[in-house]
Write a protein that binds this ligand. Sequence first.
Ligand code: FE2
Length: 188
Amino acid sequence: MKSNIISKSRALMQRQTQKNGAPAWGLTELAAVMGKKLARQYHANGHLVVAALYLAHVVFHTKRHSYEMENHPRLSAALADRYLRKWKVADNERIIIVDAIRTHHDRAKPHSRVSEIMRNAEGYKFLTIEGCFIFLHALGSRGISWEKSVEYCIEKMNQKYALLTLPACKQETKKNMAGLVQIYRKII
Ligand SMILES: [Fe+2]
């Protein structure tokens, strides 16, 4: 049943990504891999963390500041809730997943360990060299200029860093950020 939540969430996110044209699939997978790793490391329920990571962007849009993009935590939480009920996921697990999705951009203290691990794993999308390159490639293929793409990437990097709560993640990604800034200085 539990691994079922992951495969069903992943399949739903794949369909929604095709429909919405964003976020880049590589970023979703990067966050899921990090979620699995951090959940093991911090003794959180990995199934719930990974399911929340797949479902956090089931409602999304390519356009910046669009209604869907601005409100995606709340909208994705509502859609995820509908599917988790349909899949007959236990109420206590559904509530934790939906809360993690709804609050994944909040600066307030996470309500659960699952939520905390999920939020930190999400950060790696924009706080790793691999993630930033995936993002830049996606923006380029949407016709966004190189300068604007780099600017957007730096903005996401700072936004995600501010949401990290685990000291080890902050330490690791701070080094990545320094490396990324050096790369950007050379190429812009
Ligand atoms: Fe998000």
